[in-house]
Write a protein that binds this ligand. Sequence first.
Ligand SMILES: [Zn+2]
Length: 83
Amino acid sequence: MSVGPTRTCAGCGRKAPQPELLRFRAEAGELVPGAGAGRSVYTCRRLACFERARSSRAFNRTLRRTVRVDPALSRLYTDPANG
Ligand SMILES: [Zn+2]
C-alpha cells in the first residue's frame, strides 16, 4: 500500500515514484549515474527527457552547480519507439 518517495523529472517535470526514474549526481564536475552522497537529479527513462534536461540546463539548476553532461549517457535510456 505504501507509495514510495516521488521525484520530479528534470526534463518534463513529471512526478513519479523514484524507482521509475533514473538518478544522477555530480562528481568532479561531471554528471554521473547512480546513487551517492549529495544532491541528485532524476529523469524519466525516456531519452527525450534526458535531452530536454540537458538542453535546458536543468541538471545544473537542480544540482546547483555546473556539470558536464556526457552525451554518451544517452545509452542509459532504452527508447524502443525512437521517434
Ligand atoms: Zn520526464
